[in-house]
Design a protein around this ligand. Sequence first.
Ligand code: MG
Length: 422
Amino acid sequence: MEAMPSRAPVSPTAPPWELTRGMPRIRITDVRAICTAPDGIRLVVVKVETSEPGLYGLGCATFTQRPLAVVAAIEQYLKPFVVGRDPNDIEDIWQGAYVSSYWRSGPVLNNALSGIDMALWDIKGKLANMPLYQLFGGRCRTAAALYAHASGRDFQEVEEEARRYLEQGYRYIRCQVAVPGQATYGVRGEGREREVWEPSAYCRLVPRLFEYLRSRLGEEVELLHDVHERVPPIQAIQLAKELEPYRLFFLEDPFAPEDIEYFRILRQQTSTPIAMGELFVNPAEYVPLIRDRLIDFIRVHISDIGGLSMARKLAALCEFFGVRTAWHGPGDVSPVGHAANLHLDLACYNFGIQEQHVFGERTREVFPGCPEIRDGMLWANDRPGLGIDIDERLAAKYPFPEHPLNGGWAPVRRLDGTVVRP
Ligand code: MG
């Protein structure tokens, strides 16, 4: 057995191969959670630094409704867990950190773990001098097709916005229309501050929207819609059936995670393709839906399931069951998280579609190397690792905005005051 160098303390989480082979050539020296909100959205990005000068990695740990809880999990618990470790041992670090809390699989701890995990993949790519999609098996497509968000106060506004995207080269468009007088999800200017939501008016309106859009926009465009878990399960089933004639690319989140047993009933009644999962945090939620072929697209938020290590396994599982990927990609996935989505999009055979978010100029300045949007597609650069960086000096200029709930959501309610999920 080689003698341990006396200058370096052994990490309490070091694996046996380090004890027998001596200290690793490279060690993790520091972990920091960086909080920034250049576009007003609370982002948390983790920087893992190493003993190799200039070698560091970035990971997305953004849980925009509870960011400070994630920061505490990273700085108080994961940092002492990984400092001193060899950044090469991604799988061992992931598995060890995952169970070190004993209770696990929640969004706070998964996001914290994702920050470390993505940063370690970024470091591995830099060590290999390869973009991550190369380490994942190489690309199997040129770029990732995106879906854009079209919305409006009425059908005509939705159509006009969809046409603008079609002219820009988009082929996939998610369409949401405001329910008059209600806090409709996914429609700009129809915000949560309006509070009231009744599901029946929405369920009557949406099939008429898609009848209108299909007749105006033709057959070629792929249309998507997000229910956002807002309606009782049986009404979601009715809606999915009524939308069948308009051949959606997918209908998203028809049920809340608490109602996932309804997928079995839904599947027997309609062939409308189903996307599900942005609120999933635990394999016990998504594995049965994939195994039993109850969904068509897996739509998890990668940092919420624990990062790239978990997402790679999930994508591979989905491939064997004909389920395609549609990673969650709104503005509360940081540009680092969007880069992680993209590297999987390029390398996974069963890629389905990528949700797009157009970051503002300030966010793109804070994150040099942010993936580029062109012709309705997302394009990677060929820099090693995730291919993205953070300008910490600039990031510090955009602290989290003041908010009475620190970014938490106020409830949306039915007319009688009942809180509506999600
Ligand atoms: Mg959604």
